[in-house]
Design a protein around this ligand. Structure first.
Ligand code: NAP
Length: 311
């Protein structure tokens, strides 16, 4: 889709990895932003973004990048959000929209909001789309297509600013949903954060086994293990920050998960095949539901051929 008039005249992207790089690509391809200014922490990442032609201007100075921008999107690991907000606060244009893409919302609001001046509109967001790859080369313009983007505007946020950011994400291909930051963090804890923790844990357990060799684990990985390794290959910095900054919701959901795991352990120990069969039937229906709403394909191997492009 190509916008006839850009949603933003000037868009500043702070952080240009998988998510920032994907925003830059789709915004540029479809004319969603008139001008894209890119800033990132390390010189080599900035140079790579320039080589890839992701923006119109590049600067290592975040404050310089945001001056004159109608919208600023911060796409850095969630633990760095507060420091970025502090660095850009003094240079934001009155009326600018400030947003982010962090996988955690309550803590990002806590980190960023105190630094932001009253004359900007803060509209936190989370595009629920990704892959296990990171850095500016990993981005691609289709990443957000048909994926949800959750906006969590604080109470009292200017509705026009919220609408404009929603229009931006729709132009990027997303479907937009609104939630409170706290509810977002609970939903994502069970749908994203705990699954990643389980994947990290099972791959870690396999790595520590003594009775089964590492080469056997790799050789016979198509039995199921392989699909966990894709998730467990996700960026360590990003995921460390997710668990440190969504602690309460993750611990709450982890408690529920552990209780259910004990119940499964009991069913196996006591040979309760009916309980196992009943659960596995229910979970199969959930998988069908995900396919029915277009959030995955029914292709075998967990849609492996398209998984990289779907996250
Ligand atoms: P990424 O590919 O690793 O890119 C991270 C970017 O943040 C790079 O530009 C990097 O800059 C910068 N950065 C790293 N540490 C920083 C720090 N301490 N201070 C300032 N800048 C720093 O990460 P990503 O996957 O795009 O993730 C970015 C955000 O999107 C995260 O908050 C994540 O939770 C969220 N998110 C990720 C996914 C996913 O699947 N990956 C999905 C949805 C949302 P340098 O290279 O210059 O150091």
């Amino acid at each position: 889709m190509t916008s006839s008039t850009p949603v933003f005249r000037r868009l500043a992207l702070i952080g240009i990895g998988l998510i920032g790089g994907s925003i830059a690509r789709v915004a540029r391809r479809d004319g969603i932003a008139g001008e894209i200014v890119i800033s990132t922490r390390r010189r080599e990442t900035l140079d790579r973004a320039a080589e890839l032609g992701l923006g119109d201007a590049y600067t290592a100075d975040m404050a310089e990048a945001v001056s004159g921008a109608d919208c600023v999107i911060v796409s850095v690991p969630v633990g760095a959000s507060g420091a970025v907000a502090a660095a850009i606060a003094g240079s934001l244009k009155p009326g600018a929209i400030v947003s982010d893409v962090g996988s955690v919302k309550s803590d990002v609001v806590r980190q960023m909001q105190p630094h932001l001046p009253a004359h900007v509109h803060f509209v936190p967001a989370h595009p629920v789309a990704g892959t296990e790859h990171s850095g500016p080369d990993a981005g691609f313009p289709e990443l957000f297509r048909n994926r949800w983007c959750i906006l969590t505007p604080p109470p009292g946020t200017d509705p026009a600013a919220v609408d404009t950011l929603a229009r931006f994400w729709r132009a990027c291909g997303s479907k937009v949903e609104f939630m409170t930051p706290e509810h977002h963090d609970m939903v994502l804890a069970i749908t994203s954060h705990i699954p990643h923790l389980i994947a990290y844990n099972i791959v870690g357990t396999a790595a520590h086994l003594e009775q089964v060799t590492a080469s056997e684990v790799i050789k016979f990985s198509a039995g199921g293990f392989r699909d966990f390794t894709r998730i467990a290959a996700s960026d360590p910095t990003m995921w460390r920050d997710v668990f440190l900054h969504n602690k309460e919701a993750v611990l709450e959901m982890l408690g529920r998960f552990i209780e259910d795991l004990f119940a499964l352990q009991r069913s196996i120990r006591f040979g309760d095949g009916d309980a196992l069969f009943e659960l596995f039937t229910k979970t199969r229906a959930i998988r069908r539901g995900i396919i029915d709403v277009g959030q995955d394909t029914a292709a075998p191997d967990f849609g492996r051929q398209t998984a990289e492009k779907q996250g």
